[in-house]
Design a protein. Structure first.
Length: 44
């Protein structure tokens, strides 16, 4: 088995994730908690 990897990993040019700092403001905490509550309970 060869241990050399010839293929190159390229990072995606566009991502849907927020690249900047995520400040924990009350609105963001409330919004993300509502989304998690939906994901864990209603979307099953």
């Amino acid at each position: 088995m060869a241990t050399d990897h010839t293929h190159q990993h390229q990072r995606p040019r566009y991502t849907r994730n927020w690249p900047g700092p995520w400040r924990k403001t009350p609105g963001r905490i409330l919004g993300t908690s509502l989304v998690r509550f939906y994901q864990l309970t209603l979307s099953g």
